[in-house]
Design a protein around this ligand. Sequence first.
Ligand code: ZN
Length: 220
Amino acid sequence: MRYAVLSDIHSNLEALTAVLEVLATERIDRTLCLGDVIGYGADPSACLERLQACKAVTVGGNHDLACVGELDANWFNDAARAAVLWTRAQLSIADLDALRRFPLMTTVEPFTLVHGTLRHPQRFDYLVDAAQAVDTLTTCRTLICLVGHTHLPCFIEFDRAHRRLTRMVTSPAEMADLPYEDDPEAKRYLVNPGSVGQPRDGDPRASFTIVDTDRRRVSV
Ligand code: ZN
């Protein structure tokens, strides 16, 4: 199976369209989305529609939940809170219903999907250090944990027996083609696909990931 993994689209329809055009040439079996479909950008409804059209399995991000009142808007800084309030006013009842149905986490074997961290998905902590990575990877019950939220692509390998991180990759060149082992007894992997609509890694291009579970390769 070939999975497309998208995250943090943030209502950026131009970026989402560009990514979907690439994916149309990539023989994708299933699309997974790690949340923050909306917030900041100009086209929240259209982005939700495009994701629904490709039957993406989607978990909720902090922006998604805030728009339906399931996360206090005071969680956000001023600019993000203004974006939440503006976005909420643009959405139809059907859009709001769709957002309400996003779970905080879900499993699509061999993946666990969550926006922030697995230990406390409802807190929307940013997974930015080794301790948080170990915490999420010891909590994860599937081979690969997919996270978003930081808008920074990364790939981490975890050795379960020794409870330590054995590989951490953030360089774009290396992330283009990363092998992994299909050995859930020994290993766990954490993959952040980066952000479709608002990259924060210094590269303005939309970021996304393809995981090929037959060839056992991750490509950011
Ligand atoms: Zn985000």
